[in-house]
Ligand binder design. Structure first.
Ligand code: NAP
Ligand code: MG
Length: 484
């Protein structure tokens, strides 16, 4: 299978067909574990985006619009079956393209993808309006109508999972989707597009158009016939998307970055807290929007926690993501590796001390050692800016007030965690932490049933759960005059 992947050129998926880019251009996608080219991928330009949007519009007005809600759900369940059938290929492709480990994809990403599909498949025929008896001379009610054509723009850190977080609720609601995966990780999105066709989704319901953000992504955002952009990525691009959306005032949901605090009190379960703090920052090589990248530790246990966290970091096995024993893979690209190494240098220059790690690992591939900084000041850039790599900063605090001030003291507001056995303290923190999700005595789990999103530079709107239904539908009021 690997040889087959290595020689393939992948076309765009537009209107039920695999088509080359209208310019004929392709780009290479690499394996960040060894820098090898694994595939060539058609590079969508503005003309291809336009073709994809037209096709999705036609499907929305036609075949998909006429599909019963229960049939939409049944097609989604069929897609889930095909994903299960091709699970091994999907896991391998995702690992090759992104550097994520096969063990984590199998344990975490793939089950979440299936859970998301099945959850929203079940919701497709339960999207109801309301009869609202506003007047005696009229029958007044609402119907929830799908928004129309959705542009989904996703990052490279969880390509399959974040892709499904957007596709599944949009399709359940009756929208059609043009999916623009990150240029670094287009392969599993294309595979999902192929499986959707095999499952029997009508042409144009899910078009997949890999390409560059500034070209293909921007064309999708600027397109006057796209009704909604659902975006996950960086705050900078999020801002550009808001600007682009002004053309036709399309709806926008933004899931952006974070610099989340994981707060450890001495009365918490310290063994579990340290374990969770390590996976909170090192899972997925730290490329997680809700990574617990700032570990705030009460001063009475600070030195002990730093030493034990560093020991855990040292014990992580870096290596080939395709091997099941590998604990941590490379960063997604050389650019990302250099960005992370640059932040480590910034931390050094700011006067923080490296307890463990701090360097590139090996000479091939994009590996960086799991790194722990101590002696970090709240104002330092490594404490304020999202590094998006395996770099933990540890900051001591003396009391609750200081912990809250530090935790809330960034431009972000995505997630936070607190470790304590004091139930009053736990509730004080869940109230006062500015975050879309607050974990108590755990760090990092998400569930498709629970709303997910943040505030400030972490974006706005909520995905998951029933919140996602509101993202892809709008109520229409029907007013029938019945006289007196
Ligand atoms: P990014 O540069 O913002 O890219 C995200 C997506 O946007 C990619 O598909 C990208 O295409 C595209 N894009 C880039 N410029 C665009 C433009 N002008 N118009 C339209 N689309 C454009 O982010 P990233 O570096 O890939 O991902 C890392 C960031 O995502 C981090 O900040 C992280 O915190 C955030 N993130 C947030 C969540 C969450 O749930 N809140 C989850 C994961 C990641 P190209 O790939 O071609 O550039
Ligand atoms: Mg790649």
């Amino acid at each position: 299978m690997l040889e087959r992947i290595s020689v393939q050129t992948h076309d765009l998926i537009i209107d039920g067909r695999r088509v080359p880019a209208s310019t004929g251009r392709t780009f290479d996608t690499l394996n960040p574990a060894n820098d090898a080219i694994i595939a060539r991928v058609a590079e969508a330009g503005p003309e291809d985006i336009d073709a994809a949007v037209r096709s999705s519009r036609t499907a929305f007005e036609g075949a998909w619009g006429h599909t019963k809600a229960s049939e939409r759900g049944a097609l989604m369940l069929k897609l889930a079956d095909l994903i299960r059938r091709d699970e091994d290929e999907l896991v391998q492709l995702e690992a090759l393209d992104s550097g994520k480990t096969v063990s984590a994809i199998r344990r975490q990403d793939l089950p979440a993808v299936l859970d998301t599909l099945v959850y929203y498949a079940g919701m497709a025929d339960k999207i109801n309006g309301q009869v609202i008896p506003a007047r005696t001379d009229a029958l007044t009610y609402t119907v929830r109508e799908p928004l129309g054509v959705v542009g989904a723009i996703i990052p490279w850190n969880f390509p399959l999972m974040i892709g499904m977080w957007k596709i599944a609720p949009a399709l359940a609601c009756g929208c059609t989707v043009v999916l623009k995966p990150a240029e670094l990780t287009p392969l599993t999105a294309l595979k999902i597009g192929e499986l959707a066709l095999e499952a029997g989704f009508p042409a144009g319901v899910l078009n997949v158009v890999p390409g560059f953000g500034k070209v293909a992504g921007q064309a999708l955002v600027d397109h006057m016939d796209v009704d909604k952009i659902t975006f996950t990525g960086s705050p900078g691009v999020g801002r550009q998307i808001l600007h682009g959306a002004t053309g036709n005032l399309k709806r926008v949901t933004l899931e952006l970055g974070g610099k989340s605090a994981n707060i450890i009190f001495p009365d918490g379960d310290i063994d579990t807290a340290i374990k969770a703090a390590a996976s909170g920052i090192f899972f997925n090589t730290g490329q997680v929007c809700s990574a617990g990248s700032r570990i705030l530790v009460h001063e009475s246990i600070h030195d002990d926690v730093v030493q034990r966290l560093a020991a855990r970091a040292k014990s992580i096995r870096l290596g080939d993501p395709l091997e099941t024993a590998t604990g941590m893979g490379p960063l997604v690209s050389e650019v990302q590796m250099n960005r992370v190494l640059n932040y480590i240098d910034i931390g050094r220059r700011e006067g923080a001390s490296i307890v463990t790690g701090g360097s590139r690992h090996g000479v091939a591939g994009c590996f960086v050692e799991p790194t722990v900084f101590a002696g970090v000041k709240h104002e330092m850039r490594i404490s304020q800016e999202e590094i998006f790599g395996p770099v933990a900063v540890v900051i001591p605090f003396k009391d609750e007030e200081e912990a809250i001030r530090l935790a809330n003291g960034t431009v972000y507001g995505l997630a936070a965690g607190v470790w304590t056995a004091d139930i009053g303290r736990a509730h004080r923190f869940t109230r006062r932490l500015k975050a879309g999700t607050v974990w108590v005595n755990t760090y990092g789990p998400t569930d498709i049933r629970l709303p997910w999103g943040g505030a400030r530079d972490s974006g706005f709107g909520r995905e998951h759960g029933e919140a996602a239904i509101d993202n892809f539908t709008e109520p229409k009021v029907v007013w029938i005059n019945i006289g007196r």
